[in-house]
Write a protein that binds this ligand. Structure first.
Ligand code: EZ4
Ligand code: CO
Length: 411
């Protein structure tokens, strides 16, 4: 079975998505997600100009070889653009292989090891009352784990708290980084000291209201120094977090040694990683508990399966990144892995806007707080190419963070 064409579809139903569509001479088609939020068209060029032309005519069944052909054979290795392109090709080839086998993808990964994948929702509030109402709304929707983010007094606009209601989700406040917002990044302010003082009071109020059975998560979004991260981890210990995410930027993996030695709060890192080399020491030294790199950015099913098997040796579990900038195709890939990986931890699930499903269809279901991949052969997803054309690409960026004196800060 030969690869006839590698199509790249850019569409923006609610936000921008890049989808690879591999067409084989047998007529079987596979889909892969190549979306890199805010840098989408760089991946499109990588795929159209450099990957598609060298894949045409190759045997679509040779997934492992094609992975190495694109990774090892390219000389310029790694990086988010390269790895998103490889991820999407790999995902599409696994979609094809599972369709040929007439099985849902998780069967080819060894079959089910659990009945469903525990998912966590996002809740945010500009006040503690608003946050408590938002958590309750997610519990009413069936979620059994919630990530909580809050505004910080004195800071106008911080990570995780939306700037307005999305016009694409029936007005619901869900997507805080939507398309259509502006052609340039908006700016938010940051003050680590104010944040470190405020967050424990938020957790105290939420635990007071909901008790200790509800798993709670929090994302510091790379804003802290190792020492500040240690302070935060210690101050949150009384509130028994499921995890504390991305406390510091991690170009220097050894920075986590200080954080780890100072706090027992569980740590999750890695939504911006794209290779095993980004987290080798984090994993082998057991400096983290959960690894966030999803199949869309970590080399597809092949890359992330290897990464998670390696992590399993060191008791590190998965917690795949699942924001709305992972397309329904990428989410399906994650959920197939979630039910097949022994060392699954939790799955982030930020529900897509209704308009996203005017272009994509997906067999992934959510019930009783858990996600499931469905039984359709392959990934169980499809894209309506005519509908996709109705939603052309629009420049959209993640915000930029500045300290109150104007200094650019880590985002
Ligand atoms: O900022 O998906 O845990 N989730 C996150 C997300 C990320 C965006 C980046 O594209 O941190 O909100
Ligand atoms: Co995050």
């Amino acid at each position: 079975m030969r690869i006839d064409a590698v199509e790249v579809i850019v569409t923006s139903p609610g936000r921008n998505f890049v989808t690879v569509r591999i067409i084989t001479d047998s007529g079987i088609v596979g889909l892969g997600d190549a979306t890199v939020n805010g840098r989408e068209l760089a991946v499109v060029s990588y795929l159209e100009d450099h990957v598609g032309p060298i894949l045409r005519g190759r045997d679509a069944s040779r997934i492992e070889e094609i992975w190495h052909y694109l990774y090892r054979g390219a000389y310029w290795r790694r990086g988010p653009v390269t790895m998103a392109a490889i991820s999407a090709i790999d995902m599409a080839l696994w979609d094809i292989k599972a369709k040929v086998a007439d099985m849902p993808l998780y069967q080819l990964l060894g079959g089910r090891v659990r009945e469903g994948a525990l998912a966590y929702a996002h809740a945010f509030g500009t006040s503690t009352e608003e946050l408590i109402a938002a958590i309750q709304a997610k519990l009413d929707d069936g979620f059994q784990a919630v990530r909580i983010q809050s505004a910080v007094p004195g800071l106008d606009g911080v990570y995780g708290v939306p700037h307005g209601k999305s016009k694409d989700n029936n007005g619901a406040v869900e997507d805080y980084e939507p398309a259509h917002r502006s052609a340039k990044p908006i700016e938010e302010t940051w003050n680590s000291a104010a944040y470190l003082r405020h967050v424990p009071t938020v957790f105290a109020a939420v635990r007071e209201h909901f008790g200790f059975d509800l798993p709670l998560l929090h994302d510091a979004h790379h804003r802290l120094t190792p020492n500040e991260a240690a302070i935060l981890g210690r101050s949150l210990e009384p509130y028994d977090l499921f995890w504390l995410e991305d406390v510091t930027p991690v170009e220097q993996q050894h920075n986590l040694r200080r954080v780890r030695s100072m706090t027992t709060t569980p740590l999750a890192i890695g939504e911006v990683f794209n290779s095993i080399h980004d987290c080798y020491h984090l994993v082998t030294e057991q400096l983290i508990d959960y690894l966030r790199v999803p199949p869309t950015h970590g080399g597809g099913i092949t890359g992330v399966r290897k990464l998670m098997d390696f992590a399993a040796l060191h008791q590190v579990k998965s917690g795949f990144h699942g924001p709305t900038d992972i397309s329904p195709v990428g989410m399906a890939a994650s959920v197939h892995l979630d039910v097949a990986l022994h060392n699954f931890g939790i799955q982030e699930y930020m529900q897509h806007a209704d308009v996203t499903f005017e272009v994509f269809s997906s067999d992934v279901t959510f019930a009783n707080g858990q996600l499931n991949p469905g039984e359709t052969p392959g990934l169980g997803v499809d894209i309506d190419t005519a509908a996709a054309r109705e939603f052309p690409y629009e420049p959209a960026y993640l915000p930029v963070a500045r300290l109150q004196d104007g200094t650019i800060h880590d985002w």
